[in-house]
Design a binder for this molecule. Structure first.
Ligand code: GDP
Ligand code: MG
Length: 228
C-alpha cells in the first residue's frame, strides 16, 4: 500500500505518556478498518515512548518545541490522510470511538467533528470542577459569538478534513489551538458537528500538562480578539 492511500491520519501529541501510549495506539488500530497513519509527536519525553511507538509500528516524530498546539501542527505537517484525527496520549478518551468521528466526514455531512465529553459522560474524577466550569463558560461564549451549538469546545479528541485544515490559520502553539480550530472553522463557514463520548480520569501517577490560568487567558483572547 502506498502512502498516498491513507484515509485517516491520527496525530497523538505526547509528553511523558509512556504508561498509556501503547493502549491508545492499539485501541485505535483495533477499532478501525481504515488505512490509518498513526503519528506520535513526542516532546523529548525520553521515557521509553519512542521504543513503544516503534514496536507498535506507528510513526514517531520528535518535536522539541514546547506546546500542545505546536506538537499537533507538527503532526499535521506529517499527515498524509484525507482526514486528520487528534487524540491525547493519556488514554482518557475513548479511542474506540474513532469511527464515530470519521464517518460524518467521510459521508460529507461534516467538516469538523468533536467527541463531546460534556455532552456525553464524565467519569468520576475525570475533569476537575474548575476545568468543567471554564469549559462551560468558554463553550457558551463560543456558541454565542460564532453562532454554533456545540457542548465541548475543549475536547482533545476531534477530526477535521485535510481540506478544512488547509484553510485555517492555526495561530496558537498552546492549549488554545483546540479553540482556534473552532473559531477559524466557524468564521469560514465549515460544518461543525459532535457526538457524545466518555471521558476517563488519567492513570494514577500521570499528570495533566494543562496550565489552567495560562490556557484560560489564551482561550479568552482567541474568542474575543482572534489572537493567542
Ligand atoms: N509533544 C508534546 N505533547 C504535549 C505537550 N503538552 C501536552 N502534550 C500532550 O498533549 C496531550 C494533552 O495534554 P494533557 O496534559 O492531557 O492536557 P489535558 O487533557 O487538558 O489534561 C497529552 O497527550 C500530552 O502528553 C507538549 O508540550 N509537547
Ligand atoms: Mg489529556
Amino acid at each position: 500500500m502506498i502512502e498516498e492511500d491513507y484515509v485517516v491520519s491520527v496525530v497523538i501529541p505526547a509528553f511523558k505518556e509512556v504508561k498509556t501510549i501503547r493502549k491508545v495506539i492499539r485501541d485505535l488500530k483495533s477499532s478501525s478498518s481504515y488505512n490509518m497513519q498513526i503519528i506520535v509527536v513526542d516532546g523529548y519525553s525520553n521515557d521509553g515512548t519512542e521504543e513503544i511507538v516503534k514496536e507498535e509500528k506507528a510513526e514517531f516524530v520528535t518535536e522539541p518545541r514546547v506546546g500542545y498546539g505546536r506538537a499537533i501542527k507538527t503532526g499535521i505537517d506529517h499527515a498524509k490522510g484525507d482526514i486528520v484525527v487528534i487524540i491525547d496520549a493519556d488514554d482518557t478518551y475513548e479511542a474506540c470511538d474513532i469511527n464515530k468521528l470519521v464517518q460524518p466526514l467521510l459521508k460529507d455531512e461534516s467538516d469538523v467533528c468533536l467527541a463531546s465529553r460534556l455532552g456525553g459522560t464524565l467519569l468520576p474524577g475525570a475533569m476537575p470542577s474548575m476545568n468543567l466550569f471554564g469549559n462551560r463558560m468558554f463553550t457558551s461564549m463560543y456558541n454565542a459569538i460564532y453562532g454554533q451549538n456545540v457542548t465541548d469546545t475543549q475536547t482533545g479528541f476531534r477530526a477535521l478534513t485535510k481540506k478544512t485544515i488547509e484553510c485555517l490559520d492555526l495561530y496558537s502553539d498552546g492549549m488554545g489551538l483546540s479553540t482556534v480550530f473552532l473559531t477559524e472553522a466557524a468564521k469560514r463557514g465549515f460544518r461543525i458537528t459532535e457526538f457524545p463520548t466518555i471521558y476517563r480520569p488519567r492513570n494514577d501517577h500521570s499528570k495533566s500538562k494543562l496550565n489552567r490560568l495560562k490556557a484560560g487567558w489564551e482561550i479568552l483572547r482567541i474568542l474575543l480578539l482572534g489572537q493567542a
